[in-house]
Design a protein around this ligand. Structure first.
Ligand code: ADP
Ligand code: MG
Length: 470
């Protein structure tokens, strides 16, 4: 998946129904091609119904698929890579009710029906235990974006997540992060699950108290990993993150004549999903170098999670029923655009400065021992390789002056540090001598700039003999 030239992977998950539109939706035997055919007399709310046939290619269908098989297809390969230091994102897109939350979080209270996030946490901690050579710290954050406002679902202050005016999205050398968003250490799967539950609870409480419609908000659960080698001499470490994104319902709300709060929500959600779509179109076009990430909080927060240096998987959640075909078409269109985004992930290695310094100190001690042996073999005694103090530098300065005056025949070479100090003392003495010469000349002559014609002419007029034109 991280091989060069790969793209975002896209799966289509159908919500189970007894009324699957078999005549309209044809799932190819290759498990990758979806053909949609709308008969002339059927409209299904497809507004611009000039076309009647569409064909989409994806990486796989998840039809009548268990939570287990969805996880294995869409998430499992990404999670292993995150532990190797590659960023990963799994994102669910689709109309409200199509199964995005069922896919990401799952049905609480039923172990078999748990979604991708609990399974990711399980796999992360299982792999950490298996990787005895790695020491991995796990931290978790949970962000909700509602009407262009950021909410911390794990805010530890009150039970109710309040919009935090302090929270801003920042993009620096470390990548994109949300300043002010709380990040919580999880030392076990149980710890992490408790954080997920706390976030889910806050999501529900917040939606009641602030009268939010949860289908209109975007939720990003992030697992932050930092992996150091257990071998202390290995200073290399990796930082990676796994984003699990439950997007707001993608249905086009404009048509329904919404009012007031709903209209505002509709505008925000349509806007952020439209901006997401624009960013995706730009990302898929390799000739584009500007991607409009900053247009909305959602695209900005996901800037380094949509392809590029990230293993990204999209689960497109759809209803397979005839009445929903219009939304299904729009979801599939979005999905096929996502599939065109190149995703060539690389591990970004960091170096622990404390370990680097320790390693260097060890190396220096070792090289000093080597030098001592060389000196002994060459019958050189009492050679110091330490940096010079001031009085030693003064001695070298005197030595160089005596050499220049002819009172010393030659300067013995002791070591490289001493040669460098001799050279720098040469330089200091030379520049001091130049200054002395110039000062003497200034006393004798009047200095005039060669470009200062007025001054030269004036001086010539009075016939000054001791002119020095520089
Ligand atoms: P969304 O988050 O996209 O709005 P939900 O995940 O809340 O949709 O799903 C709506 C309802 O359908 C929920 O009651 C959920 O349990 C159910 N559901 C969705 N997908 C499935 C599925 N694959 N199997 C069983 N139930 C599902
Ligand atoms: Mg939902």
């Amino acid at each position: 998946m991280s091989a060069k030239g790969s793209n975002v992977r896209v799966f289509v998950r159908f919500r189970p129904t007894a009324n699957f539109a078999q005549d309209t939706i044809n799932l190819g035997e290759d498990n990758k091609t979806i053909d949609i055919h709308i008969k002339k007399d059927e409209k299904f709310g497809v507004v611009n119904n000039q076309r009647s046939d569409w064909s989409f290619k994806v990486d796989g269908f998840l039809h009548n698929a268990s939570q287990d098989s969805v996880y294995n297809a869409a998430a499992e390969p990404v999670v292993s890579k995150v532990l190797d230091g590659y960023n990963g994102t799994i994102m669910c897109y689709g109309q409200t009710g199509a199964g995005k939350t069922f896919t990401t979080t799952g049905a609480t209270g039923n172990y078999k029906l748990r979604g991708i996030i609990p399974r990711v946490l399980q796999q992360v901690f299982k792999e950490i235990e298996e990787r005895s050579e790695q020491s991995v710290t796990v931290r978790v954050s949970y962000l909700e974006i509602y009407n262009e406002t950021l909410f911390d679902l794990l805010s530890t202050l009150p039970d109710v997540p309040a919009p935090d005016t302090q929270m801003t999205i920042v993009d620096d050398a470390q990548g994109v992060s949300v300043k002010g968003l709380s990040i919580h250490h999880a030392s076990s799967e149980e710890d992490a699950m408790n954080l997920l539950f706390e976030g889910e609870t806050n999501r529900i409480i917040g939606s009641h108290i602030l009268n939010k419609n949860s289908s209109r908000s975007h939720c990003i659960f992030t697992i932050h990993l930092e992996s150091h080698s257990r071998t202390l001499s290995n200073a290399k470490y990796t930082i990676s993150k796994m984003n699990l994104v439950d997007l707001a319902g993608s249905e086009r709300l404009g048509k329904t004549g919404s009012e007031g709060q709903i209209l505002k929500e509709a505008a925000y959600i349509n806007k952020s999903l439209t901006f997401l779509e624009q960013a995706i179109i730009a990302l898929a076009d390799r000739r584009r170098d500007h991607i409009p990430f900053r247009q909305s909080k959602l695209t900005y927060a996901l800037k380094d999670s949509l392809g590029g240096n990230c293993n990204t998987v999209l689960v497109a959640n759809v209803y397979g029923e005839a009445a929903q075909i219009s939304e299904t078409l729009s979801t599939l269109r979005f999905a096929s655009r996502m599939k065109c985004i190149p995703a060539e992930s690389v591990v970004i290695e960091h170096y622990d400065p404390v370990r680097v310094a320790k390693n260097l100190a060890k190396e220096i001690a070792h090289l000093k021992q080597e030098l001592a042996i060389h000196d002994t073999l060459a019958n050189r005694t009492n050679v110091s390789y330490e940096p010079f103090n001031e009085s030693q530098i003064g001695e070298i300065n005197t030595q160089v002056r005596r050499y220049l005056d002819g009172n010393l025949h030659e300067i013995d070479i002791i070591n490289i540090r001493q040669i460098q100090e001799v050279c720098s003392q040469f330089k200091i003495i030379l520049s001091q001598q130049e200054q002395e010469v110039e000062a003497r000349l200034r006393q004798k002559y009047t200095l005039i700039d060669r470009n200062d014609y007025v001054a030269i002419a004036a001086a010539q007029k009075v016939g000054m003999g001791n002119l020095w034109i520089t």
